[in-house]
Design a protein around this ligand. Structure first.
Ligand code: XIL
Length: 436
């Protein structure tokens, strides 16, 4: 009886698809986070988007060494504390970023001799982790300790140069002692596919696990653009690290680009994480394109006016959520759209059609366009939309796949290939575009 009641309750909660990134990720047992800048928390749209969509935050700069311990032994936690309190007040978890890194490191650290440097490093880790004890889900204990390129060597830094390879192990051991409840991560970039650098990190993590050096997770920054695209073995690379017995997390995701190309990349990264059981969450490196560290590449999920981009819908859909929440009418029926048809190619026996959907004077989150084909034409293939046929097999309704969210006046297109089947080659009758 109890078991049966439990099943009913579960199926009851599964009805409405999640409508935000955080809620959709939670249904998959994961978090969806963003980097946050303390000095933006006063901007209403920034904070509203943060609070609505995200379930985890990473301070973008506020927990770096130069921010927390600008001079030796004097700690300033104000900005970092603001972010942590904001997160805690809203049930978001916090990733701590980052304790030991060669960059954003105050000059005084680099001028210490080895003995002093060792105690300064351990003191920094201990002080900071104690300040936040029990409040940080995961710490990036060491960030970017390996060189780019084919050498697989450690990167030169004050820590590496004066303390040698062992500084990483020492940092992790000190971190475990300071806050045993926090997950301890190694974090890096250009380690997103198998290559000399990721192989070197892999060998280190394997060695740590074998020798009992405390490490719980590996972060993959995942900063992508045309020069550094999402590797084809992204999922396989996450999986091989997970197979070492650590969690993997996508920690600083941003993908330069726009439109459907960017959306597809984001969807692929999201799907890769979901396919790896130990991939426990995704963090994007900022809320809005306008404050991105790579702003000109528009690499994030919300544009400069906090409109959801196609990439947003692609991620939400990949997470199993739906931009309109599956409500009736979906999206609340606000806004308007128009549909315009063109034949983009034709040949004996067939043609390609394209429909451009344009939002009216308000942003929309979904649309649908009915197309009536002349029998015995058949639609062989369609793209950039989700096709559903009516009972008669002549009216095809196209709805968005990833491309439902359009800013005011913005457009998207879907297309299809038709075979005439010996009948006429007339294009379909295009019904009115509806925000349904
Ligand atoms: C970046 C921040 O986004 C910028 O605001 C800052 O000026 C430089 O650092 N790898 C990391 C992050 O681990 O801490 C970096 O963040 C981006 C690259």
């Amino acid at each position: 009886m109890l078991a049966a009641a439990g099943i009913v309750a579960l199926s009851g909660t599964a009805q409405a698809a999640a409508t935000t990134l955080g809620a959709a990720a939670a249904e998959k047992g994961r978090y969806f986070g963003t980097a946050v800048a303390a000095n933006r928390l006063g901007e209403a749209d920034y904070t509203a988007t943060l609070n609505t969509e995200f379930s985890s935050v990473t301070p973008e700069n506020e927990m770096k060494w130069d921010a927390l311990e600008p001079s030796r032994g004097s700690f300033s936690y104000g900005s970092a504390d603001r972010i942590v309190s904001h997160a805690e007040g809203r049930g978001m978890q916090v990733r701590g970023h980052t304790l030991v890194w060669h960059s954003q490191l105050p000059g005084w650290v680099g001028s210490l001799g080895a003995t002093d440097l060792r105690s300064a490093m351990n003191n920094h880790i201990t002080q900071v982790m104690t300040h936040y004890k029990g409040r940080i889900a995961a710490w990036d204990v060491v960030n970017e300790a390996f060189q780019d390129g084919g050498s697989g060597a450690r990167r030169s830094s004050p820590f590496q140069d004066k303390l040698g390879d062992g500084f990483i192990e020492e940092a992790f051991r000190t971190a475990r002692a300071a806050d045993p409840a926090a997950q301890l991560c190694y974090n890096d970039y250009n380690t997103d596919g198998a290559n000399a650098k990721s192989n070197a990190v892999y060998a280190m993590v394997k060695d740590f696990k074998q020798r009992g050096v405390p490490i719980d997770c590996v972060g993959f920054q995942s900063h992508f653009n045309a020069q550094s695209p999402v590797p084809s073995d992204y999922q396989a690379n996450l999986q091989r690290f997970a197979d070492l017995g650590v969690d993997v997390q996508i920690t600083e995701l941003d993908i330069e680009g726009s439109g459907s190309a960017q959306a597809t990349n984001y969807a692929n990264v999201t799907k890769a994480c979901l396919a790896v059981t130990r991939c426990t969450g995704i963090t994007v490196w900022g809320v809005t394109d306008k404050y991105s560290w790579r702003s000109s590449g528009t690499p994030l999920l919300f544009d400069g006016t906090y409109q959801k981009k196609p990439a947003y819908a692609a991620v939400l859909t990949a997470l199993g959520g739906t931009p309109d929440g599956g409500g009736n009418p979906p999206g609340g029926g606000t806004g308007s759209c128009t549909a315009a048809y063109t034949t983009t190619a034709s040949w004996p026996g067939g043609y390609n059609g394209q429909v451009t959907v344009t939002a009216g004077s308000a942003a929309i989150t979904t649309w649908e366009v009915p197309l009536t084909f002349t029998a015995p034409q058949k639609v062989a293939n369609s793209w950039n939309g989700t096709a559903s046929w009516d009972g008669s097999g002549t009216v095809l309704t196209m709805r968005p796949s990833y491309n439902g969210s359009l800013a005011a006046g913005a457009s998207t297109s879907f297309g299809f290939t038709v075979t005439t089947n010996g009948g006429s080659a007339s294009p379909p009758a295009v019904g009115a575009c509806k925000v349904s």
